[in-house]
Design a protein around this ligand. Sequence first.
Ligand SMILES: [Zn+2]
Length: 234
Amino acid sequence: MHSELEQLLILQDRHQKIRQIQTEIKTLPLERAHLESQLAASAAGVEALKQRGRLLEVERKKLELDVGTRTESITRLKMQQYQTRKNDEFQAIGHEIERYENEIRKLEDQELELMIEADKLKGEIEAADKSARATKDTISRQLADLQTKSKALETQQQELGTEREALAAQIDADLLDQFERLFNSKGDAAVVAVEHGVCTGCHMKVTTATASRVKAGKEIVSCENCGRILYLEQ
Ligand SMILES: [Zn+2]
């Protein structure tokens, strides 16, 4: 094989590896954002339950206050009842006391329901808290791994870049220019094999003349269809 072709193939390999690493590096922020959103969702779940717990407590306190005001009213009415000498007034006050007592029973029933719900919620909050802590541990580890991976990829990219520059320095400037333009425009490879008379870049048959020139290996030959530089698969 033409010695410059061999150099181009090595150069192409480094180019392709660098491109692959760059693609991987680009996905890292997406992976990180995905993990962070999982973390936020888990924390938000716990917070929503805690908020519900706070609301229940507010409702329960309100019921307690309502019971308190009615208890005070009953005390006041009982004093009035004690002081009155009129039988019909005594009875009327008695009815009012009864009404307040009924209201208190209803309020206390509601309070009990709230307390049962709050108790159940407490268990749910504990479970969600535990699961959120586990999620946080896992995700923190994954984020740290991602950070390590990111650094490793950066290092690899730098090493390959240095290697690529050293290789490029040994190649004829015009040929290097042709190679780079092809590599950037084709998206996959600038140097491709001819297999059974077919260019493996564009999958078209090359002319017999082109095939023989590639086989002779004395010059740089391009595919007449796609322009990629050809070599014979050995
Ligand atoms: Zn071709």
